[in-house]
Design a protein around this ligand. Structure first.
Ligand SMILES: *[C@@H]1O[C@H](CO)[C@@H](O)[C@H](O)[C@H]1NC(C)=O
Ligand SMILES: *[C@@H]1O[C@H](CO)[C@@H](O)[C@H](O)[C@H]1NC(C)=O
Ligand SMILES: *[C@@H]1O[C@H](CO)[C@@H](O)[C@H](O)[C@H]1NC(C)=O
Ligand SMILES: *[C@@H]1O[C@H](CO)[C@@H](O)[C@H](O)[C@H]1NC(C)=O
Ligand SMILES: *[C@@H]1O[C@H](CO)[C@@H](O)[C@H](O)[C@H]1NC(C)=O
Ligand SMILES: *[C@@H]1O[C@H](CO)[C@@H](O)[C@H](O)[C@H]1NC(C)=O
Ligand SMILES: *[C@@H]1O[C@H](CO)[C@@H](O)[C@H](O)[C@H]1NC(C)=O
Ligand SMILES: *[C@@H]1O[C@H](CO)[C@@H](O)[C@H](O)[C@H]1NC(C)=O
Ligand SMILES: CC(=O)N[C@H]1CO[C@H](CO)[C@@H](O)[C@@H]1O
Length: 518
């Protein structure tokens, strides 16, 4: 594959958050933790096998440790298993297989076993096999080990499966990252005392698995029925013991389900009192979802999302799925969790913690890939940053005002270079839209999009094999409300343009100039 082709693909895909789609997950024979994680993330993001309780990840480890590399790829799919999946695609799994075709442009019925050397293909076929043969996926590792032995690999050693799973968990640990976690719990009549007590046990279990302190995860709880009440705020308790006893003291209420006012209260009175806004902001709504106003709930949830809060909705009793799916962050299949069993703790804790890990896969994988491609080209091969332009300290207005900035950049990209545009922000949230041919890209019309929050910059990879072209981008930014003005007296964002090229013989001159229009 040539660099030119790579850049062409990069343009077609456009969306930086999904750029990993084009790289190692589609490269035959690739393995390694980053590739496996990126593959699984893709499959989950498209909701092919959303709530698998990490079975697919553990399975990759177990299969690779137990079976020598085969044409079936990372998940060691056998020809017999592929045939079972292909038959199921004409029957029970028809809808899922159609989704795979739509989302990934992969027609499972035409795949051969050697196609599965591509990590994504191997993962997709194994996901379909699991849906067909291991459904439902059990919750606990020990039961998952049995399913592995019974349905996937009869020589599997179930004890080893559990050992490998435990090792895996220590590997990929985001604990210790900063997170502000607000639980909003439903104490209305339709939930009932018994389930309310189970909700408290659930909260207690989740908290047991987190690192609680003023500098790591901080926890607050809002209880609601007709009216919402802040049981304790993010600053109230700074130890796990204190948080757990405060949860224990929360009493049941009964009454209506005014979810709108509860979410608004969390936004205006709980998320406000935060530290220098470096923490990931996560809200977990535990409810049966039968609120007095479904549209109100969804609108209040959107106001939180606009402020950079990630929302998980946990449905208890007999939840109203439409309301909880719409209120959850995207992709809703991983952010709405229908709680069947209050023991589903490990899985949920991992989902929540992953929000505090910066999404850096796409960037790292793309760089790896480009370096590999360049090394295989016939030139000297070292990669270098040719040019960096920064527009720093763009001030953010007040928290209730959205600022729009429009930029025109002239970007000349040769076939051996590309530009990354990074937006980093302090005390706010920003969305950048980009386009080559639309001079005012917006939510309604863009070719590229990226998001930035504190500690989690947004990046766009822009490539264009012909020259020179104007790249238009608009940035819409907003300060977060209620931040400590001492820490956020200088709320701002920076835009950095970095051109990455190949050394000497491969390189042609690359330039860009940027004209901001305020
Ligand atoms: C929910 O609470 C808000 C504020 O307390 C109130 O204005 C609204 O009328 C309530 N909605 C319902 C349906 O009770
Ligand atoms: C993201 O990845 C790049 C390239 O590997 C690395 O330089 C950078 O430090 C990473 N950023 C974070 C926040 O991990
Ligand atoms: C925006 O916030 C400022 C204070 O931060 C306040 O004075 C102003 O009234 C608010 N504007 C609106 C439209 O809410
Ligand atoms: C930016 O591009 C638009 C559309 O081509 C043009 O109307 C505008 O004058 C340009 N602004 C600057 C400062 O170059
Ligand atoms: C923006 O740039 C300025 C000046 O280089 C720097 O001090 C500041 O830390 C940067 N802000 C962010 C959010 O990266
Ligand atoms: C924008 O330009 C690209 C190629 O540069 C083209 O593929 C795409 O269709 C264009 N989009 C629109 C809306 O014209
Ligand atoms: C804001 O932060 C400063 C120092 O970081 C601290 O002294 C002050 O008490 C904080 N104010 C509030 C309202 O939290
Ligand atoms: C280009 O490669 C040469 C020889 O390999 C090396 O000496 C030089 O430092 C490289 N330049 C850059 C900008 O990486
Ligand atoms: C625009 C620009 O800075 N181009 C430079 C890219 O890198 C080569 C080699 O380092 C320089 O010679 C160019 O001037």
């Amino acid at each position: 594959m040539t660099i030119k082709y790579l850049l062409f693909v990069a343009i077609c895909l456009g969306i930086a958050r999904e750029i990993y789609a084009l790289d190692l997950t589609l490269t035959p024979g690739e393995t390694g933790d980053a590739v496996i994680d990126a593959t699984i993330r893709k499959i989950r993001t498209k909701c092919i096998l959303a709530q698998d309780y990490y079975f697919l990840r553990r399975l990759a480890e177990a299969q690779m440790n137990s079976i020598a590399a085969t044409t079936g790829g990372i998940w060691r799919v056998t020809s017999a298993q592929l045939t079972i999946v292909q038959n199921a695609c004409n029957g029970l799994l028809q809808t899922k297989c159609n989704e795979v075709t739509t989302e990934f442009n992969v027609d499972v019925s035409t795949l051969t076993i050697s196609d599965l050397q591509k990590p994504l293909y191997s993962g997709l076929v194994m996901s379909l096999f699991i849906l067909n043969s291991v459904s439902p996926v059990p919750l606990q590792k020990a039961q998952q080990a049995l399913s592995w032995k019974n349905y996937i690999y009869s020589n599997g050693d179930t004890t080893e499966f559990v050992t490998w799973s435990n090792e895996l968990e220590q590997l990929n640990d985001c604990a210790g990252n900063q997170m502000d976690l607000v639980f909003v719990i439903d104490a209305s009549g339709s939930v009932g005392t018994t389930n309310f007590d189970l909700t408290k046990v659930f909260l207690d279990n989740v908290v047991s698995n987190l690192d609680i302190s003023g500098t790591e995860t901080r926890v607050a709880v809002v209880r609601f029925s007709n009216d919402p009440h802040v049981m304790f705020g993010l600053d109230t308790h700074s130890t796990k013991t204190a948080v757990k006893s405060a949860i224990n003291l929360i009493t049941y209420d009964g009454g209506g389900t005014n979810t709108t006012s509860a979410l608004d209260l969390a936004r205006t009175s709980v998320f406000t009192n935060t530290r220098t806004s470096v923490a990931a902001k996560v809200l977990v709504l535990v409810t049966d979802g039968k609120s007095s106003s479904e549209t109100g709930t969804v609108a209040a949830a959107q106001r939180l999302k606009d402020d950079g809060v990630t929302i998980f909705t946990i449905g208890v009793v007999n939840p109203r799925v439409s309301e909880l799916t719409a209120a959850a962050s995207e992709p809703s299949c991983t952010h709405f969790i229908h709680l069947n069993d209050y023991n589903e703790i490990d899985f949920i804790v991992k989902e929540i913690q992953s929000e505090s890990c910066a999404d850096n896969y796409s960037f790292t994988l793309l760089l790896d890939f480009i370096v590999k491609e360049i090394r295989s080209a016939s030139c000297d091969g070292s990669i270098h940053v040719n040019d960096t332009t920064e527009i720093t300290d763009n001030p953010l207005p007040n928290c209730n005002v959205t600022k729009q900035q429009i930029l025109n950049s002239t970007i000349v990209i040769t076939s051996h270079s590309f530009t990354t545009i990074t937006v980093s922000i302090q005390c706010g949230v920003a969305t950048m839209y980009g386009s080559f041919n639309n001079s005012n890209p917006s939510l309604a019309n863009y070719d590229y999009i990226t998001y930035a929050t504190d500690m989690s910059p947004g990046r766009m990879f822009v490539g264009k094999p012909t020259s020179p072209s104007t790249f238009f981008h608009t940035i819409s930014s907003k300060m977060l409300c209620g931040l400590n003005t001492t820490d956020c007296y200088n709320a701002h964002y920076n835009i950095t343009f970095t051109t990455i090229g190949v050394n000497d013989s491969c390189t042609t001159v690359t330039t860009h100039s940027v004209v901001p229009i305020l």
